[in-house]
Structure formats: C-alpha cells, structure tokens
Design a protein around this ligand. Sequence first.
Ligand SMILES: C[S@@+](CC[C@H](N)C(=O)[O-])C[C@H]1O[C@@H](n2cnc3c(N)ncnc32)[C@H](O)[C@@H]1O
Length: 185
Amino acid sequence: MKKSKDRVCPVWMAYTFDNPLRKLIHNPQKMFKEYVKEGMTVMDIGCGLGCFSIGLAKMVGKNGKVISVDLQKEMLDRLMIRAEKANIADIIKTHQCSADKIGVKDKLDFALAFWMIHETPDANDFLKQIYNLLKPTGKLFLSDPKMHVSEECFDKTIAEAEDIGFQIISRPDIVMSRTVVLLKK
Ligand SMILES: C[S@@+](CC[C@H](N)C(=O)[O-])C[C@H]1O[C@@H](n2cnc3c(N)ncnc32)[C@H](O)[C@@H]1O
C-alpha cells in the first residue's frame, strides 16, 4: 500500500482533467440540481482547482456558502483566482485541511467528495467525519474515478458508509466515474 502523500493528485495533473471542456461531461448544475438549492451551506472536499466549487457557488447564490477544502494550498489559491474571475469569490470560503482531519466547523446541507476519497489515508474515518458534519437529512455525493478504483473497492466504501448510518438514495451515471448519493438518516 502506498503512503497517502504518494496518492495525492498533484496540481499539474489536475489541469489535465479540470479544463474548460470538462463541463460537457461534468456539469455541476445538471449533476447537483436535485440536491443543492439556493441558500444552502455546502462543502467541496478535495476541491482541487475547483470547477465544482464554482458551479456550486452559482447554485447556492449570495445567501449560501461553499466551503472548499483541500490538502494542498496551491489548489485553493488557484481556485480563488478562478472564483474572482467568475465574480463569486465572496460565496466561497477556503480551508486547508490535513490528510486525516477535515477540521470544518459549519454544519452542512450537502457535501461533495469527487474523485478524492481513494486518496485519503482512511476512507472509513473520512466518511465518519463527513457524517458528523452533515445536518440531519444532509447528503453526500461521493464519486471515484473508474480508472483508479475498481467496482469492488467502491462497493466496499459504500458498505462502510451504510454501516456508519448513511442510506443510498441514488446511483447517478456520471462519465468515467463510480458514484453514489448518500443520505444522513
Ligand atoms: C483527483 S483530484 C480531484 C479534484 C476535484 N475534486 C475535481 O474533481 O476536479 C483529488 C484532490 O483531493 C485532494 N485530497 C487528497 N487527499 C485529501 C484529503 N485527505 N483531504 C482533502 N483533500 C484531499 C487533492 O489535493 C486533490 O486536490
């Protein structure tokens, strides 16, 4: 097993998939419209360069809040440059976490963990932290890349989430991804 720091996506690699064409296959407004409403508090954990944070900020609007969390400060800095250009920087708050501790205090209506849980050192503990951050009936949109995570491995993660108390409410078909939406019961 590799150490977690060896699994973490570097900034240069994030540019290979988080580019202007990505919204053709990963469009936040389409992917999250059932779950994210104006005024909500949402977290994008492992936000990377932030295409989803920016989409989420447009969805929650000025009365909402997006907490964009990443291990790497450089990801957060580059996200905020994009957010300034998109004129939604005041809706996004960044937070640099450590590999094993999210460290966010706000209670969440919705959390997104996209293509990142396979990079965490302890997925079970990570899911427990998110469970505790969600409000009752809050939702977690969890997605991993097919190229790095087998179906068996993703199913194991879902089973762990169910043991923690999450309930599966949807298995959306997201390009190149294994995805589940989980409800905090
Ligand atoms: C493959 S990138 C995906 C970025 C973004 N979610 C996207 O889809 O464009 C994985 C991101 O998760 C972050 N990451 C890895 N381990 C993490 C952890 N334990 N806590 C928070 N972020 C983490 C990495 O720094 C990287 O920005």
